[in-house]
Design a protein around this ligand. Structure first.
Ligand SMILES: [Fe+2]
Length: 259
């Protein structure tokens, strides 16, 4: 079986390439599950209920989020009504929204959740290691495989969490930095791992934003609007192949342009 995990969708360019590429990819590569991080899908910051629905209609099965989960005003009131969207699991328990999803396809139940790591991150979050342990234990018997997304800055914390979960989940895949890493691999006990899947959006940019204002801000420190860029739009994703027992057998990094 195969799962496609799409890295941070940035703004309209990111949403458009998902709509254009995912249906073809899904059919062409025989993909069972499509999961996407949508935390930057609304003009580069947060997401709305309407955008969630449009991504789901485009062929995404489930949407994950990150530290920008609450950036769009009012989303905290919408998230509870979105049954294929989950917020980071290790946010305080009082936060609205689901802390995990179980997506079923072709008789296989895939547990999906995101944890925020804590190095160089501002969000208020519980320990991602203990949170992952607790969710896997709590839902034991309810899933056949699991995709754990690590939304984090530090590659060390991401690698450590990968090893911590090795053999217990199908894949541990990173997001947040918007820059892909070249370490797609199978860990010792057949968990697929990649520190960062990279960004789905305009790559002729600084992390998806127009270049000039960001460079200007570094030069003089003056505030500017960072609009979402438009050039060189690509979809970055990890394609994980796995067995019916939930163990991964391969991982491939994809970086696709719209054709
Ligand atoms: Fe993020």
């Amino acid at each position: 079986m195969k799962l496609l995990f799409i890295g941070d969708i940035v703004g309209k360019p990111g949403r458009e390439i998902v709509g254009a590429v995912v249906p073809k990819l899904r059919a062409g590569r025989g993909i069972d599950f499509v999961i996407a991080n949508g935390e930057n899908a609304a003009a580069g910051a947060g997401i709305t209920g309407a955008i969630c629905q449009s991504l789901l209609a485009a062929g995404v099965d489930a949407i994950t989020l990150g530290d920008h989960v609450w950036d769009q005003k009012g989303f905290e009131h919408e998230i509870a009504g979105l049954d294929r969207v989950c917020r980071p699991a290790n946010l305080p328990a009082a936060c609205p929204g689901r802390d995990h999803l179980i997506v079923e396809k072709n008789g296989f139940r895939l547990l999906v959740f995101t944890v925020l790591c804590r190095s160089f991150m501002g969000a208020k979050a519980d320990c991602p290691f203990l949170c992952a342990d607790a969710l896997l234990q709590k839902h034991a018997g309810e899933f056949d495989g699991a995709l754990v997304e690590i939304h984090a800055e530090a590659t060390s914390e991401k690698q450590a969490l990968g090893w911590h979960l090795d053999g217990r989940v199908t894949a541990v895949l990173g997001t947040h930095t918007h820059v892909a890493t070249a370490d797609a691999s199978l860990l010792r006990k057949q968990t697929a791992f990649l520190c960062d899947v990279g960004m789905t959006g305009p790559h002729e940019s600084v992390l998806g934003r127009e270049i000039e204002p960001v460079v200007g801000r570094f030069l003089d420190g003056m505030p500017r609007r960072f609009e979402v860029a438009t050039g060189d739009v690509r979809l970055s994703a990890a394609l994980v192949e796995f067995n019916p027992d939930g163990r991964a057998s391969g991982i491939e990094w994809l970086n696709l342009k719209q054709t």
